[in-house]
Design a protein around this ligand. Sequence first.
Ligand code: CP
Length: 311
Amino acid sequence: MSEKAQLSTDHLLGIKDLGPADIQLIFETADEFKEVINRPIKRVPSLRDITIANIFFENSTRTRISFELAEKRLSADIVNFSASSSSVSKGETLLDTVNNILAMKVDMIVMRHPAPGAPHFLANHIRANIINAGDGTHEHPTQALLDAYSLRERLGSLEGKKIAIFGDILHSRVALSNIFCLQKLGAQVKVCGPPTLIPKYIPQLGVGVEHDVRKTLEWCDAANILRIQLERQNIKYFPSLREYALYFGINKALLDNLGKEILIMHPGPINRGVEITSDVADSAHSIILDQVENGVAIRMAVLFLLAAKRN
Ligand code: CP
């Protein structure tokens, strides 16, 4: 890699902090890494002297495996930390936990945490580069980058493209990061879901709000369908999952009646039969597994570019 341009930030805490040029740089770097990971020998020595700790205080399948693979493909040394099997369960604070990990000479930290702002807090208190792998209901920046990258592969430039985000916007870090990322790339964004699951501040972000699924599907070039996050809902936001699926679920009949083709996305994990039916999730219009594949190249690009700033 002979990349000379640099990111404007030392951490990846949220898409809010990135400029359009940062996002383009990440995409161009990911293009190069995507070529690398499709070779028979998928490993490059770019991060050979870098040690990365993946610290996850919340469950994850895709993000955790994707970061670990990205780090291995870049030849970094890695340590994995799960809150459930650590001394956090004995009452240790976040700062003590991380300072102990850093005392073992760790350079970069990839962190998922249920508290919004937890990665920002760490970035203010420690010297390692922090990458936010999802902080509560706030941001999930690498998910938004891999989503936009996957859209760009199919649609070309996102300038003027119409992207709809469906479902549980209120509890979603993916929604906020996607809104920031898509707008920075010039796309138009609408959200669609029950009024109880759409935060009141959404129109202030320049995002359209719609409650009619059919109308929103007719409007958009791509539909990003989000999971109903039952684990974050301590009150009832809709009467039942059955009614949610009936009024807000995306099914094949809706798509067949559109008279045009749109791309179907989902960050996972999917609640099949709730926000999306299996015949839509597994259809030819779905780019859900492209999103997962592209996640590795995007995370390699982010790690590489942040490590380059250390020199
Ligand atoms: N998309 C996503 O963040 O999935 P995981 O929770 O499995 O990491």
